[in-house]
Write a protein that binds this ligand. Sequence first.
Ligand SMILES: [Zn+2]
Length: 316
Amino acid sequence: MHTDLVAALDIGGTKIAGAVVDGHGTILVRAQRPTPAREDGDTVMRAVEEVLGELTTSPLWGRARAIGIGSAGPVDASAGTVSPVNVPGWRDFPLVERVRAVSGGLPVELIGDGVAITAAEHWQGAARGHDNALCMVVSTGVGGGLVLNGRLHPGPTGNAGHIGHISVDLDGDPCPCGSRGCVERLASGPNIARHALENGWRPGPDGDATAAAVAAAARAGDPVAAASFERAAQALAAGIAATATLVEIDIAVVGGGVGKAGDVLFTPLRKALADYATLSFVRRLTVVPARTGTDAGLVGAAAAALAGLPGAAAGV
Ligand SMILES: [Zn+2]
């Protein structure tokens, strides 16, 4: 593994995090700003520049050889641009060029946030040691990424593995992406909560109507809450089974807030997967919770930067 350091940026709709990271994935320096998501593009970029500016004051900055960026998508890695759904000021925003300009011309690697989390899980988490894996984030949205033949497979634009927008319900509800019956429309946290409320579940005295509250109710035996998780699990299982049948993954890793629901999600998910993944070559497929934590986006972005360095170890 490299003795060089890299810088990492994790850009989301609520925060912009930055770090200097070593070749073992250890975060040595951090900086963070809230994302001014409703402001114009240059204002958002200034927040990125402040994060980078803070990192450059570290004496370790001089050893950084590249910058990895994991950004909310869609991204276009081939063009170096990003158009995050939750940051309207950035449409085809030339993020790679702008970051390179303020960082002294270091090489910049851009990947989508789902791909970044996949890189982190493959490097340090539940997909470690697996040559063919699907890693997913199930929270406000549903994203993901693929490891194929032992390597991260971002695809030409950096979005491959975006399982949230595979359609699993032919006549399902319209999805904001323009399609219908997408995995995200059935399995994201807000959609789990919506389904529970529509079917008569009511939040407790604290008024918490999030998917986490639905999960707590399901654990306490509420059948409507449990049914909402079973429906989400079924959608996830159909998407995972389709992916496994196409590219022969042997593990699916589920992270994000909904992934933390535990048995309420994983018991029906494993059961539904047995129903959908039936051919001999996908029957051994396992599904497990993610192991990397809140730094997964930064660690994954660092992995992408390290993988792009000359002489990089394969497999990151
Ligand atoms: Zn969709």
